[in-house]
Design a protein around this ligand. Structure first.
Ligand SMILES: [Zn+2]
Length: 323
């Protein structure tokens, strides 16, 4: 098996105001864990620039121009109280998009089995017409639409286990029955969407969890709601919105997941990908705001992608990731 890691230095240069949780140190924590010898076999590439054409797959032209024109030469601008741009943010957002598209190419062309995009800013809160929740472009939704367009796929699925509901991906997928969105998330919590009753064209599957819920409830939600609907959908490609803020240490969420839960869900999604789409998975980083929770979780997630169920004990990378 082989796994591609897409990354770029600009992802640490995108910086909101001091004290903001979605901070460059997150990326440094991810870089640190993935530089451990356990990850030597990763194939590594710089995330290329995505294009306007990519962004236009899911956002209207006015919106893309607004994002481009908001980019400051220096200093900071806010698009909403949570969502900021500095001089590097536009490039980072476009490279996050480019990472997703390149990962799709690599997986579809059989260069690798699967791919992880270690990117900032995240993307799953960006709606067609609205930047919010630290997100500028809907990177994972763009990757889904790009995959369908470039490779003539019939059905593409996004599974999102970030603690926050991926309202942006849901918004973009809402009217398109050949795009699947399945999400576990804490509710109530930002952004407020994600009820079971939000079903789009029968292609949206929300499984809200309650504050305090742990791995048993999370796994049950996956097993009872997300996986059966994903199985019935028969995806040609599975994308993961890999947010790790459902970790028990995370300051923005109150779920109680551990590294073992993230390894479990990764392996189960790999089983699903083996069954339906020759193992094709592209995973993109979303949230995760406790640095050791984030790095340990990214470690087991990527290790699972690399080695499948043959991975060495998940604890190895957790220990290596401890700060
Ligand atoms: Zn989140």
């Amino acid at each position: 098996m082989s796994t591609l890691l897409l990354h770029h230095d600009v992802f640490t240069e995108h910086a909101p105001p001091e004290g903001h949780p979605e901070r460059p140190d997150r990326m440094r924590a991810v870089e640190r864990i993935l530089s451990h010898p356990h990850f030597e076999e990763l194939r590594r590439e710089d995330a290329p620039m995505g294009t306007q054409e990519h962004a236009l797959l899911v956002h209207p032209e006015d919106y893309v121009h607004m994002i481009e024109q908001s980019s400051p030469a220096d200093g900071l601008v806010s698009l909403d109280p949570d969502t900021w741009m500095n001089a590097s943010s536009l490039e980072a957002a476009y490279r996050a998009v480019g990472a997703g598209a390149r990962a799709v190419d690599a997986v579809m062309n059989l260069e690798v089995n699967n791919a992880f995009c270690a990117v900032r800013p995240p993307g799953h809160h960006a709606e067609q017409n609205r930047a919010m929740g630290f997100c500028l472009f809907g990177s994972v939704a763009i990757a889904a639409k790009y995959a369908r367009e470039a490779y003539d796929l019939d059905r593409v699925a996004v599974v999102d286990f970030d603690v926050h509901h991926g309202n942006g991906t849901q918004d973009i997928f809402w009217s398109d029955e050949d795009l699947f969105f399945g999400s576990t998330h804490q509710m109530p919590l930002f952004p407020g969407t994600g009820a079971v009753s939000e079903t789009g064209q029968g292609n949206i599957f929300n499984a809200p969890l309650s504050a305090g819920d742990g791995g048993d409830v999370f796994r049950d939600a996956m097993l009872s709601r997300i996986f059966p609907s994903l199985d019935a959908f028969q995806p040609d490609l599975i994308l993961i919105s890999a947010g790790f803020d459902a970790h028990q240490r995370d300051p923005l969420g109150s779920l109680q997941l551990t590294e073992e839960d993230f390894a479990w869900v990764t392996l189960r999604l790999m089983d699903m990908a083996d069954k339906h789409c020759d193992g094709r998975i592209v995973s993109m980083l979303e949230g995760g705001y406790d640095l050791s929770g984030l790095s340990g979780s990214v470690g087991v997630h990527v290790k699972s992608l690399m080695h499948g169920s043959g991975q060495r004990a998940a604890k190895d990378s957790v220990e290596a990731g401890d700060e």
